[in-house]
Design a protein around this ligand. Structure first.
Ligand SMILES: *Cc1c(COP(=O)(O)O)cnc(C)c1O
Length: 382
């Protein structure tokens, strides 16, 4: 069994995918161009925002958003302590200071009450200028965007959605990618919507930011490529990835999002009320299940037992941001984040994908329950 089986998706989409890849190879046009334009329109329509600007990665998407807002030295940006490194790295890359905020132990997403605490602390010290909040749709589940928006508006902070894992998530009638003032996503192959390399996209309703982003991703171009009006970066999507993503977006919308939810539901039915803490979703939220992550006390022992049985699992994430070596060396505000600490030592992500068969889900659940029991017996003998 594989942790995330990408072969099955290719086998299923092969005719359309091979056609798309050949089409680009024969076109002689490999960076940006028509394929990218078509994809950007499809993505904007699906997410329900006015503008989609593709770029070279999710990390660049976050960074470009911060560049649009001129966030830099002296500025504080609030970031959840429990996330993938890039959410906070983008802040530090701009020379701004990431302020780590604790997360909710049930949803794994940023906790608005702790955000308020950390914000008050920064204001009280008076050294840094609070500018933005980054909410992360961790493991595919949207963050508490209503609470975050209320807070951000109250304190005049920009709201940046890190939807790198969140594409396809929903709150009410709104889709992930539409929750931030600017939202960023990633097309890294293992994300809910992945390409065959690196890629990313930025979403916004703001016309002015749209123009700025299109300039910034291409060396700060003005009227044409060789008229450079600001310092930007090189962060474009290539035509091959755009063609791949057109095929994959169609499958994602037609069946993959439903299929992965079916798999998650199966896990829930098999594992509920068995002493394992399962992912918790607030009312009217739905996830795109980038990961199916449970919490168990003797995580490392259970993981080893599963590995012996041929069941691959992952630990997302073994280290909260405040414990990352890199953030000891740059200015960051670490603060206490006890929930993130606890999660780092108890989370375990199980294999999941839209193409996972019922037998496989059942096998993982059975072996997991057995491993938890064996380990509990062992612990009680000591
Ligand atoms: C993957 C990921 C990113 C970075 O995306 P890349 O395309 O790999 O640069 C940022 N934030 C989160 C939460 C991610 O999971």
């Amino acid at each position: 069994m594989q942790f995330r089986d990408l072969h099955r998706q290719y086998d299923t989409l092969k005719p359309q995918m091979d056609e798309a890849l050949l089409r680009v190879a024969q076109s002689g046009s490999y960076i940006m161009g028509k394929e990218v334009e078509v994809l950007e329109q499809q993505l904007a329509d699906y997410v329900g925002v006015r503008h989609c600007i593709t770029c070279a990665s999710g990390t660049d998407a976050l960074r470009l958003a911060l560049m649009v807002w001129n966030i830099g030295p002296g500025d504080a940006v609030f970031v959840p302590d429990f996330t993938f490194f890039a959410s906070a790295e983008a802040v530090a890359l701009q020379g701004a200071v990431p302020v780590f905020v604790d997360v909710d132990p049930k949803t794994y997403n940023i906790e608005v009450s702790d955000l308020e605490k950390k914000y008050n602390k920064i204001c009280g010290e008076g050294q840094l200028n609070p500018r933005a909040v980054i909410g992360v749709d961790l493991f595919g589940q949207p963050a508490e965007w209503n609470g975050l928006r209320f807070f951000a508006e109250q304190h005049k902070l920009y709201l940046l959605e890190d939807a790198a894992q969140g594409f396809g998530g929903v709150i009410g009638n709104c889709r992930a990618g539409s929750f931030g003032d600017i939202s960023a996503t990633s097309f890294f192959p293992a994300k809910p919507l992945g390409c065959y390399g690196d890629g990313g996209a930025i979403f916004t309703d703001n016309q002015e930011w749209d123009s700025l982003l299109r300039s910034l991703r291409q060396h700060g171009k003005g009227n044409d490529k060789y008229d450079n009006v600001r310092i930007g970066i090189n962060s474009r999507l290539d035509a091959m990835q755009a063609a791949v993503l057109q095929v994959k977006l169609k499958a994602f919308v037609e069946h993959e999002l439903d299929d992965v939810n079916t798999v998650a539901f199966r896990y829930h039915e098999l594992l509920d009320n068995k002493g394992i803490s399962l992912p918790m979703m607030p009312e009217s939220f739905s996830s795109s299940w980038a990961q199916y992550t449970v919490c168990i006390p003797n995580r490392d022992a259970v993981r080893q037992l599963l590995m012996n049985e041929g069941i691959p699992t992952m630990v997302y994430y073994p280290r909260p941001m405040h414990a990352q070596t890199a953030f000891a060396a740059v200015h960051s505000v670490q603060g206490p984040c006890p929930n993130a600490d606890r999660l780092a030592s108890s989370v375990l992500s199980l294999p999941i994908s839209p193409y996972m068969l019922p037998d496989e889900t059942q096998l993982v659940a059975k072996k997991l329950l057995a491993a938890v029991t064996i380990d509990n017996d062992k612990m009680s003998m000591i």
